[in-house]
Ligand binder design. Structure first.
Ligand code: GLU
Length: 451
């Protein structure tokens, strides 16, 4: 039984989590970030602690690890490791993406799955939380190699998923191409057209319009809602965006649509700064069509853009910062730079891109901070809308989906804002998001008994 209403009880619970989950620093970090904000709700709702809810929430319902053997184009055999962590299904089937990246290990998937439980609860759409992936590196691999890898991955995964059980989607390294190969192999093995088993599908075979755009668009809408709370909007604001994948691209697209000026994007080689604002058409051509590097964007853009090798986008002065690449990409030093440069809002397009020390500094400096589990929930929210379309065998227009997305992001913002106020943490979206999500999952778990 954990009350978490004293520093000592929080410390001893975290020590136990670290002891039981060794060598998983990202999972420890994600658990710490949530648990340190729950004291006020546990103090007024002792039944949560009595039901062992914290301990149950921190232990995944199921963790699957499997071998993924595949052959490259030269016939050489490679062995990767596959993961699916089915974290919590109190609110609905497990839901969350698959990440293919060499950094993937169990701790990374657990941190992502843990975040996903809370994020999905905030959407209000009846989805539990899970995450999966592999340490496979798709970079430099041919289409045929990616296909063989996806087929091998699904040959094990298929027995654990289903439209009412667990519904994977994309994340870093997994987009429409990979979802296509995964879906094809699932269909072949099961002999079922089960559209709702995966989301992020292509628009002509069960996918939802606006799904590719949803995470980035949603984060910009969340940022706008935070600014409105302070009597401002996005018109004319400069923005720095990190990353150049799906989230970054559609963040930039929406910023441009709302009259803001996105100045940067980045990849592991460095960043691009474009004084005229990023040309999203050229960025899509380089990244989505050619699967190239962003240095090529700078080479082709002309004199307004330059590539800064090995630099960090956070050194570019701007009104808004939207980290949209990966975990822990914005640290304490970066936060000091942002604050010095007068940043007004930081909102997380990626999952846990800001270190805890950086979050605290930004909040202390009065910067509006949007935590990923609220700010980037638009992606999984439209995934849930894709499931709804699949179940009813209909497809909605882009306008319909975008309208729903806007309503959901507005609702998430209001929920986080009001919950923070209710618990005496006005303006603190981290506390608001954690408590609001926790209450939803915890109430469902309480109602469903000790399982
Ligand atoms: N990977 C995305 C996320 O971090 C989307 C998951 C989904 O659509 O299921 O939320």
């Amino acid at each position: 039984m954990t009350r978490l209403d004293t520093k000592d009880s929080l410390a001893s619970l975290l020590a136990e989590i670290e002891y039981r989950n060794p060598a998983q620093p990202e999972f420890h970090q994600a658990a710490h970030e949530v648990l340190e904000t729950l004291g006020p709700v546990l103090a007024v709702r002792p039944e949560y602690a009595e039901a062992g809810l914290i301990e149950r929430l921190c232990e995944p319902e199921r963790q699957i690890i499997f071998r993924v053997p595949w052959q490259d184009d030269r016939g050489r055999v490679h062995v990767n490791r596959g993961f699916r962590v089915e974290f919590n299904s109190a609110l609905g089937p497990y839901k969350g993406g698959l990440r293919f990246h060499p950094s993937v290990n169990l701790g990374i998937i657990k941190f992502l799955g843990f975040e996903q439980v809370f994020k999905n609860a905030l959407t209000g759409l009846g989805i539990g939380g899970g995450k999966g992936g592999s340490d496979f590196d798709p970079h430099g691999r041919s289409d045929a190699e990616v296909m063989r890898f996806c087929q091998s991955f699904m040959t094990e995964l298929y027995r654990h998923i289903g439209e009412h059980t667990d519904v994977p989607a994309g994340d870093i390294g997994v987009g429409t191409r990979e979802v296509g190969y995964l879906f094809g192999q699932y269909r072949r093995i099961t002999n079922r057209w089960e559209a709702g088993v995966l989301t992020g599908k292509g628009p002509h075979w069960g996918g939802s319009l606006i799904r590719p755009e949803a995470t980035g668009y949603g984060n910009v809408l969340f940022t706008e809602a935070m600014l409105r709370e302070r009597g401002e909007d996005l018109e004319g604001q400069t923005a720095i965006v990190s990353g150049s994948g799906n989230v970054a691209i559609y963040t930039i697209e929406k910023l441009l649509a709302l009259g803001a000026n996105p100045l940067t994007c980045s990849d592991s080689g460095g960043y691009v700064i474009d004084e005229k604002g990023i040309d999203v058409g050229l960025l899509k051509q380089v990244k989505e069509v050619e699967r190239g590097r962003i240095s090529q964007y700078a080479e082709r853009r002309g004199s307004s853009a330059r590539f800064v090798p090995d630099g960090r986008v956070w050194e570019v002065p701007a009104d808004i910062a939207l980290p949209s690449a990966t975990q822990n990409e914005l640290d304490e030093k970066d936060a000091v730079t942002l604050i010095r440069n007068g940043v007004k809002a930081v909102s997380e397009g990626a999952n846990m891109p800001t270190t805890p020390e950086a979050v605290h500094l930004l909040q202390q400096a009065g910067v509006a901070f949007g935590p990923g589990k609220a700010a980037n929930a638009g992606g999984v929210a439209v995934s849930a809308l894709e499931m709804a379309q699949n179940h009813s065998r209909t497809s909605w227009t882009a306008t319909q989906v975008e309208r729903e997305l806007a309503l959901i992001m507005c609702d998430i913002h209001t929920t986080c804002h009001e919950t923070a106020e209710r618990y005496g943490a006005s303006g603190d979206y981290v506390t608001g998001a954690n408590i609001a999500a926790f209450e939803r999952v915890a109430d469902a778990m309480l109602a469903q008994g000790v399982i």
